[in-house]
Design a protein. Structure first.
Length: 406
């Protein structure tokens, strides 16, 4: 296939088959190092990939599709719009939107594979191809930008002027020499909402994210215990973080033109109805996890990983409560935890003992710190109903909700 008309026809066939599989955008880039890839190399060299060592090991492969398919000439870049409505549980905990429904690694790969196979049958000539999703070492956003699917915004996401950045990407690397598309101009302008809205100041410059500060990294990619200085920032984020996309003007609902989803089950499954609260995540066993979330993107973090993030934030909230509620009676703390136990009851009791020991030497002008409610009558649960007017059981419940943020 050498003629210009043949190449144009082959490109049209790839587009038709990709659109038949429901991909919202299709573009073509040359199978060579994409523009701007040097920034990725610099990002790795500066250690901003945090614990994602696999990015270091595969850095040399990502820029050259030849490493994935010998004789590669073109990259057919595909984009599929995903859920745009927030995934928020009854207790306010959140999951990144892209994690709704079946794991996109499988669904995108299946759709792209069907499109590539159908295109190859129509084109003939024994063409070769390979399908990639983000688990394959390829610089997918850079190739997508080179193929004209959108531009890379200041938050590092690929942005389409009609679909915003709520996109999942896939690629078909092929040995067919297809005519490439032109990239589109960057359209962020002077806007810096994404940079300013990041709760952890993870953006060190426009388009440069320090994963060491990113909540998405800590709640999805990180393995092991969560550092103490990170725990408070996790807050309601159970899996991922969408803040830098939520504030983007290109993602405003009035601007998006999504049309009818081609595969509604991939958009609607895993919605807010039945989304677990933090307490339900903590009590979830391996069987329930496999049944409900084993075939979703949440399995990237795993059941224990999700529980570790939530549990770490609860512990951090307790620490902050001890420091911020200046008049909290030490014995009252025991009543709070005895009345409001989590699934990790024994562990929380051990932590309470450590915290009490840590504060046992601290006292005010009139002895140990106490939570006073002057002028109120004593009631059930008061620590000393004869000489001191301490809070009753209802007040204990109120303090428990404040400390444990139930």
């Amino acid at each position: 296939m050498t003629g210009r008309s043949d190449r144009v026809a082959a490109a049209r066939i790839f587009r038709e088959e990709a659109e038949r599989e429901g991909f919202s955008r299709v573009g073509i880039a040359r199978a060579q190092e994409p523009p701007g890839f040097a920034r990725f190399s610099d990002w790795i060299a500066s250690g901003r990939n945090a614990g994602m060592r696999y990015l270091e090991r595969t850095a040399g492969v990502r820029s050259s599709p030849e490493n994935l398919l010998a004789g590669a000439r073109s990259v057919v870049c595909l984009a599929a719009a995903h859920r745009t409505a927030p995934l928020t549980a009854a207790d306010g905990s959140r999951i990144a939107r892209y994690a709704a429904g079946p794991d996109y690694h499988g669904t995108l790969r299946d759709r792209a594979t069907r499109a590539a196979r159908a295109a190859a049958e129509r084109i003939g000539d024994g063409i070769r191809w390979r399908v990639c999703v983000d688990s394959t070492p390829i610089a997918e956003r850079s190739f997508a930008a080179a193929a004209g699917l959108g531009w890379i915004g200041k938050n590092g996401c690929l942005i389409d002027r009609e679909l915003g950045s709520w996109l999942l990407l896939a690629e078909i690397v092929t040995d067919v020499d297809l005519p490439p598309d032109e990239p589109v101009a960057e359209m962020c302008g002077s806007c810096s909402r994404c940079l300013e809205s990041c709760p952890t100041d993870a953006f060190v410059a426009e388009g440069i994210l320090d994963a060491n500060r990113c909540l998405a990294y800590w709640t999805i990619e990180h393995r092991g215990a969560i550092p103490d200085d990170v725990k408070p920032a996790i807050a309601e984020n159970v899996f991922g973080c969408d803040i830098c996309q939520e504030v983007c003007p290109w993602n405003e609902p009035r601007r998006l033109r999504l049309g009818q989803p081609p595969h509604p089950h991939e958009w609607e499954r895993g919605g807010n109805a039945g989304l677990p609260t933090r307490a339900q995540w903590l009590s979830m066993g391996p069987g329930e996890w496999r049944r409900r979330f084993g075939a979703t993107a949440l399995n990237r973090a795993g059941r224990r990983g999700v529980q570790r993030r939530i549990d770490g934030h609860h512990h951090s909230a307790v620490d902050e409560a001890f420091e911020d509620i200046l008049d909290l009676d030490l014995e009252l703390v025991g009543q709070v935890f005895d009345r409001h136990a989590f699934s990790e009851r024994d562990e929380l009791r051990d932590r309470r003992r450590r915290l009490l020991r840590r504060r046992s030497g601290r006292s005010g002008p009139s002895g140990p710190r106490r939570f006073w409610r002057r002028g109120a009558s004593t009631g059930p649960g008061c620590l000393d109903g004869t000489t001191r007017d301490l809070c009753g059981s209802q007040e204990i419940d109120r303090i428990a909700r404040e400390i444990l943020r139930e």
